[in-house]
Design a protein around this ligand. Structure first.
Ligand SMILES: Nc1nc2c(ncn2[C@@H]2O[C@H](COP(=O)(O)OP(=O)(O)O)[C@@H](O)[C@H]2O)c(=O)[nH]1
Ligand SMILES: [Mg+2]
Length: 459
């Protein structure tokens, strides 16, 4: 594909995730014509493998201005074209931590003319422009990096491997086959037997079905990205924040015996038995004149409306009373996973009046009853819903696929009224064009910049 964006420059960026003072190793990635030369300038090495392609060798980074070594590193060199970007790539594996990495980066940039810091997504953009990956694979890389749960990462990786591209290409080939039939008739109609509108209509219907299934799966797949939301609702001090911490195996929320501790909503993304779930801890509901707490309580009621499901907690020690009943009445029945009676450890088990429907008894503090609760969550959220979903389209891809579906719907009246083939040809051509926009064979510079600017730097 002819490049529509200038990629003459050699670019560099920190490609590893940086965590202040924590990462043992950081990777600086350099890509472009001058990648190897520019690194040769600042690397001292005695390795016999130095600068061979697809080998790792040992060396030091040298600051030429101050004439001193600043880090000990491993270097990997990859010669074009068998690299991620398709260009020459050098990766400098230096020590982690902001100070060292930035120093190496600065040395690289200041010692060499022509190496500049990469823009967000620029490596992926080059990989795309050099035909290493298509647009859907590039977008899936970004999705993979930003995945919030295991399942979402798995599905994003399918996109990286080319599953979206293959599916779109398959639909496109179906359409091209139909178009060829039509185009041949536009030019040499006399040579063909009578056109079978019925057969053609059926073929288009089958293609439409493929698209509709893909769009339907994607709608369900949105949950993968965001997780099915479950709000923890109840009065103050019943154990909502403790439950969030128990489920996420993390002390994310502050737990104290002081009522009104949680004032804002706190969200945690997790995967429970393959189901991506977002647990939302809320402010306990009670009468209060405290200004900030009241804002939190208002948010709790909004969460009842906004979240997919709800677990309602109360304290067995305090008992289930009228206030609980009033709050529960605001929850749509189909949203309620369970009423959770907590603090079982504080009362005599014989005294538990188990007359509420759909109740789960727990001692969150002693980690009792978690298994039963998880069964109920999984049963309600249903892993079944997520079977057979192996790819996830983003908004841009959905919009183009919907445009293609519109083109195909527009063939209905043409077929019904047996109008001239040219009109069918126009719709099919547009449909194919819309599919090509998904994979990136049809694109503008603006679209390209827009897509890759959403990436992080170094990718
Ligand atoms: N005895 C007992 N105490 C609990 C249990 N769960 C939570 N607590 C305590 O109840 C208090 C309030 O808990 P918290 O999770 O902050 O409740 P929230 O206000 O609903 O978020 C804290 O002191 C917890 O340690 C439990 O199962 N048994
Ligand atoms: Mg709380």
């Amino acid at each position: 594909m002819e490049s529509i964006i200038n990629n003459e420059d050699t670019i560099a960026a920190i490609a590893s995730a940086i965590s202040l003072g924590k990462g043992g190793i950081a990777v600086i990635r350099v890509s472009g014509k001058e990648a190897i030369n520019s690194c040769k300038n600042i690397v001292e090495t005695k390795s016999k493998y130095a600068w061979d392609s697809h080998r790792v060798f040992h060396g030091f980074i040298k600051d030429n201005l101050e004439n001193k070594l600043i880090d000990e590193i491993l270097i990997s060199v990859m010669h074009s074209p068998n690299t991620f970007t398709g260009e020459d790539i050098v990766e400098l594996h230096c020590h982690g931590g902001l100070i060292v990495v930035n120093k190496v980066m600065k040395t690289l940039l200041s010692n060499n003319v022509g190496v500049r810091i990469a823009n967000p997504g620029e490596f992926s953009q080059r990989a795309f422009l050099n035909g290493k990956i298509d647009l859907t694979q590039a977008e899936s890389i970004n999705q993979l990096i930003n995945a919030k749960n295991d399942r979402s990462a798995e599905i994003a990786f399918n996109g990286v491997k080319g599953k979206i591209k293959n599916k779109i290409d398959e639909i496109k080939n179906d359409l091209i086959e139909q178009l060829s039939e039509i185009e041949a008739r536009v030019d040499f109609d006399e040579d063909f037997s009578e056109f079978n509108y019925n057969q053609f209509s059926n073929n288009i219907k089958n293609i439409k079905e493929k698209i509709e299934i893909l769009l339907e799966n994607t709608k369900r797949g949105v949950h993968f990205h965001n997780g099915i939301s479950i709000a923890l609702i109840g009065k103050t001090n019943v154990g909502k924040s403790s439950l969030l911490n128990l489920l996420s195996k993390n002390d994310k929320a502050i737990v104290t015996s002081i009522p009104g501790t949680t004032r804002d909503t706190i969200e945690v993304n997790l995967t429970i038995r393959d189901v991506p779930i977002k647990i939302i801890d809320t402010a306990g509901i009670r009468e209060t004149t405290e200004y900030i707490e009241n804002i939190g309580i208002k948010k709790s009621f909004e969460m009842i409306k906004k979240s997919d499901y709800i677990i309602y907690l109360y304290s067995l020690e305090k008992g289930f009373n009228k206030d609980d009943e009033e709050i529960i009445n605001t929850i749509p029945k189909e949203k309620l996973i369970t009423i959770l009676g907590n603090k079982k450890d504080l009362i005599d088990s014989k005294k538990i009046k188990n007359n509420l429907p759909n109740i789960t008894l727990m001692s969150i503090k002693n980690n009792e009853g978690e298994k039963e609760l998880i069964e109920k969550i999984v049963k309600k959220c249903g892993s079944k819903e997520f079977e057979n979903i192996d790819i996830f389209l983003n908004e841009r891809q959905i919009s183009k696929l919907t445009d293609c579906l519109k083109n195909l719907n527009d063939t209905d009246p043409i077929i019904a009224n047996q109008l001239p083939f040219d009109l069918l040809s126009i719709e099919l051509r547009d449909g194919i064009k819309n599919l090509s926009r998904i994979t990136g064979q049809e694109l503008t510079e603006e679209l390209l910049n827009n897509i890759f600017s959403k990436f992080c730097i170094g990718k």
